[in-house]
Design a protein around this ligand. Structure first.
Ligand SMILES: NC(=O)c1ccc[n+]([C@@H]2O[C@H](COP(=O)([O-])OP(=O)(O)OC[C@H]3O[C@@H](n4cnc5c(N)ncnc54)[C@H](OP(=O)(O)O)[C@@H]3O)[C@@H](O)[C@H]2O)c1
Length: 337
């Protein structure tokens, strides 16, 4: 099968950083299904791993954690899917990824693709939806009756923010304050349902004062957590809840002690990485998001479709994502004959 892989960590300008390759098609065994991939999307995890996580052994490393496709084969223990089903999933950090024509993935972390979206439109969503859902409902335990409460989402116009804002808007009563620094991303955030948009290039406390915004009960930091740490402590409501998903080099919780703020970390890969007992929750979340799409509650976060799945297009996608200026998600669709 065709795939995109690499054997050494290189800057994205180097053509060897991501290469078109041919490898054997994997087989589905046990709880695995074999999926013929139709579209994939690109996440910051992809460039972080490609550039910074050394490859073990001599095999090609295949990354990618967002795919839509059709089930081609099922393992003996599979109960949730049949050959021919249309599926979507993010996948497992410890296995080969979705930059390939076929991929094996555990059925417990796969959901039914929304039927109202194309493969490309749907590919934008699995990883970010799982992250946003787990952060809001599993980590922060945001309740549905929080009519008087508000949430600040830092870096809200990117991949994760674009779905988190929609889920918060449609599934809770929270007042949503998002951050964006450009006209394009500010407009996008308002379209997605943010009640107010403030600029993360300015001090958050000054923006709160300028727009007379209430101290947020929840803060979710999706980007540059280290940069905003002091301001987060300043603006959050006493006894509030704070969560982050990015990779600060270090994070000190002690400044939160005065306000008794609880701190939460979300990692979308934890359930599959540790095969947790509730791993099937990712199947349930993906099916729930699929329903919300098909009944028109939320929409795709597709920002740009870069074209067919090949190394040249993928290098372009990584290079753009590395600028930190994504609006929604970047998607690639179909392999060239
Ligand atoms: N833990 C997990 O499970 C998990 C899952 C997914 C992602 N992540 C991590 O979470 C981070 C965000 O992912 P993503 O897919 O949303 O990224 P993304 O799409 O690349 O985010 C781009 C957005 O970040 C905003 N931004 C840029 N600089 C910022 C700053 N200094 N302060 C605040 N916002 C800033 C930009 O807004 P403007 O253009 O308006 O400035 C842009 O809209 C990445 O580090 C990723 O690796 C973790």
């Amino acid at each position: 099968m065709k795939a995109i892989g690499y054997k050494e960590n290189l800057p994205i300008e180097d053509v060897k950083s991501l290469q078109d390759i041919e490898i054997d098609t994997p087989k589905a065994i046990g709880k695995d299904i074999l999926v013929e991939i139709k579209a994939i999307s690109v996440n910051p995890a992809d460039y972080k791993v490609r550039a910074g996580m050394p490859v073990e052994g001599d095999d090609w490393k295949i990354i990618g954690w967002d795919a839509t496709g059709i089930v081609k084969e099922v393992g003996d223990d599979v109960t949730l899917f049949n050959v021919g089903d249309e599926v979507w999933y993010a996948g497992d950090f410890t296995r080969q990824g979705s930059y390939a024509q076929y991929q094996v993935v555990d059925e417990r972390i796969v959901g039914k693709k929304p039927s109202s979206l194309s493969y490309a439109e749907a590919a934008a969503l699995p990883l970010t939806s799982l992250t946003a859902w787990e952060m809001l409902f599993d980590r922060l335990e945001v309740a549905n009756d929080d009519a008087s409460k508000s949430i600040l989402v830092i870096g809200a116009a990117g991949g994760v923010g674009s779905i988190l804002v929609q889920l918060a808007k449609k599934l809770t009563k929270l007042n949503i304050i998002g951050t964006a620094s450009r006209e394009e991303t500010t407009d996008w955030l308002k379209e997605l349902g943010a009640d107010s948009v403030i600029n993360h290039k300015n001090k958050l406390s000054e923006e709160f004062e300028k727009y007379k915004l209430p101290a947020p009960d929840y803060i979710v930091s999706l980007n540059a957590t280290e940069q905003h740490a002091d301001e987060i402590v300043k603006v959050i409501k006493p006894q509030g809840k704070f969560g982050f998903i990015d990779d600060p080099k270090s994070f000190n919780v002690m400044p939160f002690k005065g306000k008794a703020v609880s701190t939460h970390i979300e990692l979308m890969f934890t359930r599959s990485m540790f095969q947790t007992e509730d791993m099937i929750e990712q199947h349930n979340i993906l099916n729930e998001v699929s329903k919300l799409i098909d009944n028109g509650t939320i929409k795709t976060t597709l920002g740009e479709n870069i074209g067919t799945i090949n190394a040249e297009h993928m290098r372009k996608a990584h290079a753009f994502l590395e600028t930190g200026k994504a609006k929604g998600k970047i998607v690639l669709e179909g392999f060239q004959d």
